[in-house]
Design a protein. Structure first.
Length: 273
């Protein structure tokens, strides 16, 4: 059995299938890990979700900001943004089944010696602490009152974690760190405006994975979300968003031997975060 972790698909279904052909993905035998942003901006979000749902237990996925945006839009708490490509899902006859499946996905996954999250972890969170926090928010998202999470989800504040946070603010910080963060301070204050490569960063901020002595440093972390960063292969972090939806590449990382595989995404171009 092989486990392949794949970067942000964002509705690029054809590229996903090409990449799985390249690695020789065998669903009865192999497992597929996805770092989030399964949908949006690309042309085939509906086909992507339908395919992943059919794969059943062969897929482990964490949620990205675009996946949560779909859920918020489906609940009518926000409108689609220019460049969104979610209408195919929202108008599909099986939309309820697809949205239910999406709500069951994780914010964070730990297994086989790795952790996986869409964006990052705050420096004071150990892997065990972050996983516990992820489970708190996942339980609400999977429950009958999931609208109580989605309605107040958007917002940049609070910008840092406190164990004293409760309710909406607690969930918002957990979600923002795990699905939106790129930069933070040594104290864990998040910044959301800088989306380019990690140069010319705001004063006092670093990529979350470069914060000295972050509590999660002993577990290699798979993540996506940062297309301008590109593929990052270090002992402690593996960044897999290689900008497929921008017409660049889709990347797979095989956990067993840390080998990477890519396919081109030429002909695709999009906008957005």
């Amino acid at each position: 059995m092989a486990i392949y972790a794949i970067g942000d698909v964002q509705g690029c279904y054809d590229a996903l299938r090409r990449l799985l052909d390249i690695v020789g993905f065998d669903p009865p035998r192999d497992r597929l890990w996805l770092v989030g942003d399964l949908v949006n901006r690309g042309p085939q979000s509906l086909q992507t979700l339908r395919y992943l749902l059919r794969l059943g237990d062969n897929v482990v996925s964490v949620l990205g900001n675009h996946d949560l945006h779909l859920l918020v839009a489906a609940s009518s708490y926000t409108k689609q943004y220019p460049g969104d490509t979610l209408s195919g899902i929202l108008d599909a006859p099986d939309r309820d089944e697809l949205l239910h499946w999406l709500r069951q996905q994780k914010l964070m996954h730990v297994g086989n010696g790795y952790a996986m999250v869409h964006a990052g972890l705050l420096p004071q969170w150990s892997v065990a602490k972050a996983l516990s926090l992820a489970r708190e928010t996942e339980a609400v998202l999977r429950g009958g009152d999931y609208d109580d999470l989605l309605r107040p989800l958007y917002g940049n504040h609070p910008a840092r974690w406190s164990d004293e946070l409760k309710g909406d603010e607690r969930h918002r910080v957990i979600v923002n760190a795990m699905t939106r963060m790129r930069l933070c301070t040594l104290e864990g204050e998040m910044e959301f405006r800088h989306k380019l490569a990690p140069i010319n960063m705001p004063s006092g901020y670093l990529p979350w994975y470069d914060i000295p002595n972050r509590a999660s440093r002993d577990t290699p972390i798979l993540f996506g979300h940062w297309a301008s960063l590109g593929v990052l292969l270090r002992a402690d972090v593996i960044g897999l968003d290689s900008g497929c939806v921008w017409g660049r590449k889709l990347t797979a990382f095989r956990l067993e031997d840390r080998r990477t595989f890519q396919c081109g995404c030429a002909g695709l171009a999009s906008v957005g975060d």
